[in-house]
Design a protein around this ligand. Structure first.
Ligand SMILES: [Zn+2]
Length: 65
């Protein structure tokens, strides 16, 4: 069999060796793993304690036009 297997990192596409040298596999790094996890969490259940950015915008209708 081939000596080592590598997989593309799901986040950035970088090749990751599927060995014990890559503790974050299939991700290339902890950062990519957290990014992917964050996206998953964001889709699963949105964090409610953050105010929507599209409301309360600092623009005054009286000054528009
Ligand atoms: Zn990566």
């Amino acid at each position: 069999m081939a000596g080592s297997t590598s997989v593309p990192c799901p986040t950035c596409g970088k090749n990751v060796e599927w060995t014990q040298a890559s503790p974050w596999r299939p991700f290339c790094s902890e950062r990519c793993r957290l990014i992917d996890l964050g996206e998953w969490l964001d889709e699963g259940h949105r964090i409610p304690d953050k105010p929507a950015d599209d409301q309360g915008a600092p623009w005054d209708p009286d000054q528009a036009h």
